[in-house]
Design a protein around this ligand. Structure first.
Ligand code: ATR
Length: 272
């Protein structure tokens, strides 16, 4: 691409940033849609100056990742209502000096699930984990009318999220097959390089269940492999990753995201 004074600058903040596939995915999307934009890595330990820096350097948009999704909410000029409810933002837009925070993780998870589930309303959903990602997914599923159960290793944290979304709680050490229609795995257990790990045993799976992992490296985690062997319908974390990125692209550019190309780009890097 040709860098010019009009080139719009986007990027990702987080620390450390070595794992992120967002830059290659977004730069490919800009190229495909002929957008004069560039998406860069901004390793960032301290989040305090980010919004002021965006304004002074005319950075048009940022993705926000671990560990800044919650803290950044204190610095934006406005928070979208869903981001406010969740208490975390993963997307910033600089609209002529006014910076708004959004959460597209929730949209990403729901879009990924809806590829395999016609309706989420009334479904019994078990969410494993109670961190930032689990929080976004729990609020989004609640809005869709799911009946939720939260399960977490640390009981106080799990109980807090369960209370916030008005759902049941079950300690991770106690979970078993309990009539769940859908299971969403949100912990980091099983992520590269610890790919032989899983947060639960195969006893929780039942034929026909929809099982999603939000880990996208590896594309098929040990958790998903086991679920598939038990006859479950599985959804890789790659789907959520692509959809959350596609929504960011649309918020920033106002154009439809080239979803298939974004997915192909990411799959080419991490392998199938
Ligand atoms: P994120 O923002 O990606 O969700 P996080 O906020 O650090 O990350 O949350 C990580 C989640 O993974 C938590 O639910 C955490 O459980 P605890 O609350 O008990 O810490 C879960 N997790 C991480 N390592 C785990 C492990 N070895 N076994 C079980 N759960 C684990």
């Amino acid at each position: 691409m040709n860098i010019s004074p009009d080139t719009k600058v986007y990027g990702i903040i987080g620390y450390p940033l070595t794992h992120s596939l967002s830059p290659i995915m977004h730069n490919m999307a800009f190229k495909e849609k002929r957008i004069n934009g560039v998406y860069l890595y901004f390793p960032c330990k301290y989040v305090e100056g980010v919004v002021a820096g965006m304004k002074s350097l005319s950075i048009r948009g940022l993705s926000v990742t671990i560990p800044h999704k919650e803290k950044i909410c204190h610095y934006v000029d406005e928070l979208d209502s869903l981001a406010k409810e969740i208490g975390a933002a993963n997307t910033l837009i600089n609209k002529e000096g006014f910076v708004i925070g959004y959460n597209t993780d929730a949209y990403g998870a729901i879009s990924a699930l809806k590829k395999k589930v016609n309706t989420i309303k009334g479904k019994n959903v078990l969410i494993i984990g109670a961190g930032g990602a689990a929080r976004a997914i729990a609020f989004a599923l609640k809005k869709e009318g799911a009946k939720l159960t939260i399960s977490n290793r640390t009981i106080e944290k799990g109980l807090k999220l369960a209370d916030n979304v008005d759902s049941k709680f079950c300690p991770l050490s106690h979970i078993s097959e309990n009539g769940y229609d859908i299971i969403v795995q949100t912990t980091s257990v099983g992520m590269y390089p610890d790919t032989d790990k899983s947060p639960v045993s195969k006893n929780i799976f039942k034929k026909g269940m929809i099982v999603m992992d939000i880990i996208y490296n590896p594309v098929e985690t040990n958790f998903l492999k086991t679920a598939k062997k038990c006859g479950c319908i599985t959804i890789s974390g790659i789907e959520m990753f692509i959809y959350q990125g596609a929504k960011q692209f649309e918020l920033w550019t106002g154009k439809d995201a080239p979803i298939d190309l974004m997915k192909k780009t990411v799959l080419n890097i991490i392998g199938r």
